[in-house]
Design a protein around this ligand. Structure first.
Ligand code: BGC
Length: 417
């Protein structure tokens, strides 16, 4: 009874606010790291939708894939007492900022719009702090993908996409023999870690992934399975071209787009680049999950920092509602390469890669094979992730043995805990 009365009161409040047009404006300063072609197109959808409702959008992009530079900038803004109104954040980062008391909740909007009934429970939990929504999710990205150039594959005489790491290695050798770059890669810690976690899943399976990269179990980190994962990472390192160091991920995607490279191992934000270049999936580029069972989950969301001023508060509420609207979830994700966070948005207009992502997500959820991305800040605190990334990148850029890498990994985790 109380719950119903409360709900009715919130609905009435929101109804009168919307009816009076009081929320039709609002201002948001949005800090995000969506600066590549596909990303900019996707965030442009959010900006236009917000402006179409009469809002003022102040764009604060911080270039740098994976968001590490953005997170450093955010910390500086908060320390200076001047946080942005809305910030792209995820996973434990949401909990950490909420725990510091830095976030406004958007529970009134979530209750009025019944977010609980349209979000997968696993995602809804990540968005809440103390039982209240403090973040609004825009999408579900899959991290474990291989992207390929049909032109390059044909030149190398490859007729099938690889479904095991052995097949991948054999195909990569053919690409090299044909004078092409086998694996387009950018040597940045988060990109090295993206490939690493996909390999850990492929080599060890979802239970092992969870033990090692979520629970940080020392036995798993130093196991023979982890040695085997580093061995495969070493093999992949051999397929990368000389110019890889420091290269941005979208420039690596561009190598596949141009047919100079056969493969890229990257999350489906890479698809946003292919689409922005007007390429057609299944014809001009191919997608296939990286070898192994499971699904590495990444999801982007926006949080709402505590700022003064009614305009800002209005902006936060309007943005939260907009982000979760079915129409926006569709248009945004068609550009971004991901699939909607809402479960009730039809995928008819999405391509086969997106449909595969959705099907595999359901299957993985059922089979207990859905794992959160370590590289993309969905699994463990930022400080521990940083230590793991250091080891992976050091391994990638040296002749460290796989066995030594596993010890370094366990030591790094122990230091950070
Ligand atoms: C984000 C994506 C983004 C990618 C590259 C990931 O961590 O979730 O939205 O496109 O980084 O910048």
């Amino acid at each position: 009874m109380f719950g119903f009365r409360k709900l009715t009161a919130v609905a009435a409040l929101l109804g009168s606010v919307f009816a009076s047009g009081a929320w039709a404006e609002g201002t948001v300063e949005v800090l995000h790291w969506w600066t590549s072609g596909g990303e900019a197109k996707a965030v442009g959808e959010l900006k236009s939708a917000f402006e179409a409702q009469g809002g003022i959008w102040i764009d604060s992009p911080i270039a740098g894939g994976g968001g590490d530079a953005a997170m450093t900038a955010l910390r500086a803004r908060v320390v200076a007492g001047n946080p942005p109104t809305a910030v792209q954040l995820k996973g434990p980062g949401i909990q950490e900022w909420a725990g510091e008391g830095a976030l406004n909740d958007v529970q009134a909007v979530a209750t009025a719009e019944n977010w609980d009934s349209v979000l997968p429970p696993v995602l809804a939990e990540i968005m809440k702090y103390d039982g209240k929504y403090v973040a609004a999710p825009v999408n579900i990205h899959r991290v474990d993908w291989i992207w390929a150039s049909p032109v390059a594959l044909e030149k190398a005489g490859i007729t099938e996409m690889p479904t095991t790491w052995e097949e991948f290695n054999a195909a990569a050798e053919k690409l090299e023999a044909a004078g092409l770059v086998a694996l387009a890669h950018g040597g940045q810690p988060w990109q090295d870690a993206t490939v690493f976690e996909d390999v850990v899943l492929g080599v060890g399976g979802p239970d092992f992934y969870r033990k090692a990269l979520v629970e940080l179990d020392p036995a798993a980190l130093t196991s023979d399975t982890m040695v085997a994962a580093f061995d495969q990472l070493r093999t992949l390192r051999g397929f990368v071209d000389d110019g890889f160091s420091g290269r941005d991920w979208n420039l690596a995607t561009a190598m596949v787009i141009r047919g100079e490279a056969g493969f890229q191992i990257m999350g489906d934000w890479a698809k946003g680049e292919f689409l922005a270049a007007s390429l057609v999936p299944g014809k001009d580029f191919y997608c296939i999950p990286t070898p192994g069972d499971g699904f590495v989950l990444n999801s982007d969301s926006f949080t709402f920092f505590k700022v003064a001023g009614d305009e800002n508060l209005k902006g936060q509420q309007v943005l939260a509602s907009l982000i979760m609207s079915p129409v926006f979830q569709k248009t945004f994700n068609l550009a971004k390469g991901s699939i909607p966070a809402r479960t009730d948005v039809a995928l008819d207009d999405f391509d086969d890669c997106a449909k595969r992502s959705h099907e595999d997500l359901l299957k993985a959820t059922e089979a207990g094979a859905l794992v959160p991305s370590m590289a993309h800040e969905m699994a463990i605190p930022r400080s521990v992730r940083g230590e793991i990334l250091d080891v992976v990148t050091k391994f990638f850029n040296s002749d460290m043995s796989s066995k030594d890498a596993t010890t370094a990994l366990a030591d790094a985790v122990a230091r950070a805990m």
